[in-house]
Write a protein that binds this ligand. Structure first.
Ligand SMILES: NC(=O)c1ccc[n+]([C@@H]2O[C@H](COP(=O)([O-])OP(=O)(O)OC[C@H]3O[C@@H](n4cnc5c(N)ncnc54)[C@H](O)[C@@H]3O)[C@@H](O)[C@H]2O)c1
Length: 438
């Protein structure tokens, strides 16, 4: 396939060398003449393992060339990969200047083309870029319709500098953001030499994943560095502790706890974070990252409370009171905090939680709830229908599978605020539904 790569920095240069090695006919384009001259001479403009050889072989084999002339490159290729920089602007938001420039140039050049041109976004761009920015710009500049006159894919790049050629050949997966019904056949053909799974997703989802991935990697590093510093200050072999921590593939290194939902609570997580932070304090180890965890959790409760208030004053049915479904542990439950906030504001509240029976609560659990919500019995409903009777708003925290048919059966003109992401409710027609986390 004939491919133009627009922007030959770290991502673009690796794409040029690797795509040419797959047998594609590649032209690299950049506004920086020195990079273009180097690539044209068969030299890599960046330092990376193996890239010098791939680029040299591409150029001597006649499969790779370079130019500063974007019009020529787009006119003479079928596919354009965009890999220009998207640096931070002064306020931290992404600068789309280079993306806009190349998109406008591609669009202008597509106007004179008779064949369908394919545009692929490899640069990291915010969710919404395809549908709200690039596709409309391409349509306007080319006078063609997306899906008829040209194709557009979002195809985030997951390579890491230092091992980028290896990563190009063995990505965690190939992610293709595409229009509904499009399976990304062009990209599948281009990447035929690349291993791993291929996932096709809506544009916005594909665009989000790279942001999530980089944010998560940064979170992992901050966690490891702060956690390590606290442990080291206590005389602990932090690397040994982290090695064992990482061996737990059930809860630690796993998808566990990575489903967006409501705040955490219970008798362990808040207590043990506080305790770790106290140890850090005593040892004078700064832990700004871990210090933000409980405020972040509290902000989720606050956001949910504000969402309830925004629905207006009306009786509320809250589903879920224990910190999670299937337990009666109420200690530091975010739902107890939410219920307290509502009661404090004078809301008429009914609560359904199958696992919570006041008569059976004992010990510190009982003491906690008697302190936080006295007379809880009066608020508890025996079943979903009783909780919903007279209520205007149903707030879904958690509810067991066995009780969901009764909940669905009893929902009538109620508005629903879903904190948990309960698919049966979201997908039921005729419900005034608001989801806070999905
Ligand atoms: N570097 C990485 O490891 C990495 C990994 C994955 C994704 N990304 C993303 O890929 C994109 C590119 O990153 P990079 O590190 O290769 O950037 P880079 O700064 O190394 O390269 C960008 C290139 O684009 C060129 N350019 C700017 N405006 C241009 C224009 N109008 N026409 C043609 N070329 C133009 C620049 O001269 C430069 O050579 C960014 O969005 C980045 O976030 C980077």
């Amino acid at each position: 396939m004939r491919i133009s790569v627009l922007g030959i920095g770290y991502v673009g240069a690796v794409s040029c060398g690797c795509l040419a090695s797959f047998g594609h006919e590649v032209v690299g384009v950049d506004v920086a003449p020195d990079k273009v001259e180097m690539l044209a001479r068969g030299q890599s403009p960046i330092v990376e393992d193996e890239i010098d050889r791939l680029i040299a072989e591409g150029v001597t084999g006649g499969r790779l060339r370079a130019t500063t002339d974007i019009a020529d490159a787009v006119a003479n290729t079928e596919v354009s990969f965009i890999s220009v920089g998207t640096p931070s602007g002064p306020d931290g938001s992404v600068s789309m200047r280079a993306v806009d420039e190349v998109v406008a140039s591609i669009g202008r050049e597509m106007r004179g083309k008779h064949s369908v041109h394919t545009v692929v976004m490899r640069s990291t761009v915010p969710p919404g870029t395809a549908e709200d920015r690039v596709i409309p710009m391409l349509e306007q500049a080319s006078g063609k319709r997306h899906g008829a006159g040209f194709a557009y894919f979002s195809n985030p790049e997951f390579l890491r500098e230092g091992s980028s050629v290896r990563d190009f050949h063995a990505p965690p997966y190939t992610l293709i953001g595409a229009a509904p019904g499009d399976d990304g056949a062009v990209l599948r053909e281009i990447y035929a030499g690349v291993g791993g799974a291929v996932h096709v997703a809506p544009y916005r989802v594909a665009e989000s994943v790279k942001y999530l991935a980089n944010a998560y990697h940064a979170v992992k590093l901050a966690f490891a560095n702060e956690g390590g510093a606290i442990l080291a200050s206590l005389g602990v072999d932090a690397r040994a502790a982290f090695r064992l921590f990482c061996e737990d593939r059930v809860l630690n290194i796993s998808p566990a706890y990575l489903t967006p939902g409501f705040a955490f609570g219970g008798s362990c997580l808040p207590k043990d974070i506080r305790s770790l932070l106290a140890l850090a304090d005593q040892a004078n180890v700064p832990a700004p990252f871990l210090n933000q965890v409980l405020p972040s959790n509290r902000a989720i409760i606050e956001r949910s409370f504000e969402a309830i208030v925004a629905h207006g004053r009306q009786p509320v049915a809250l589903f879920g009171l224990a910190f999670k479904q299937g337990t009666d542990d109420l200690r530091e439950s975010p739902f107890v905090i939410l219920a307290e906030r509502l009661l404090g504001r004078g809301y008429d509240l009914r609560i359904f939680d199958r696992s919570v029976q006041v008569a059976r609560l004992t010990g510190s659990n009982r003491a906690y709830i008697e302190r936080e919500i006295p007379h809880l019995e009066r608020l508890l409903a025996p079943d979903p229908a009783a909780a919903l009777e007279g209520a205007g708003l149903a707030v879904l925290g958690h509810i067991g599978r066995d009780d969901r048919p009764a909940l669905l059966g009893a929902l009538r003109a109620h508005k629903v605020l879903d904190l948990a992401g309960i698919a049966e409710v979201r997908d039921r027609p005729g419900i005034a539904y608001q989801g806070l986390c999905w």
